[in-house]
Unconditional design. Sequence first.
Length: 234
Amino acid sequence: MSCEYFILTKSKDEDVTDNRNNQIINMDKLMFILPSNNLSYYSNHGLFESSLMEWSKQFCFSNKTTLDIGAHSGTYSLCLANRSQQVYSFEPQRMTYYSLCGSVALSNLKNVTCLNFGLGSPEQVGEKELFIVSNDGGGSTLIKNQNQVLTTETVTIRTLDSLGLKNIGFIKMDVEENELNVLKGAVETLKNSNYPTILFESNDRNDDLFDFIKQLSYNIVQVSGVNNMFLATH
């Protein structure tokens, strides 16, 4: 399918047959659908982690696949797509996933595949409870912690190994304390792709996570200027 899209806007209060106030927006740029409660930040500073996304481009290859695990509304996926052969974007939370799909469609990106399930360990496979802790979808987690839970949502969890993906060059992973479980379900995939570079989040010193990554013969360094992001290279 090679269809490209445009935006048609209509007033919410007018009859749908009334075309007097229609607006047409053609798109030849990246189009980000973002949570409105962060509008002030986006207006003043642009995308969250924009410098980190730009820095990450060096680890992507035009002949290899990039994985965005915990894609949220897709800012990494969109920004890395033109440096990658294919991007797979994993986002289990329903409304956040819709914004991800919308951003991809409006940006006319043909090499980004959006997947509405999360990744985890073999023991986590199946239907799990996702704890939603913010109105913008950020911070949602399978690991219940001290954060105030606003609501919960039942999501599907699979292992990365079950997907049979190959030729992976770069992985960005931000899954709110579930990183170790994702990697436990990805050992064969990492091996089959010759251990791609992994950018991952760790808000607290997680010795089990770091030890597991090191057992796969990765070296880990903290990303300069970012206290909770780390780069694992083989």
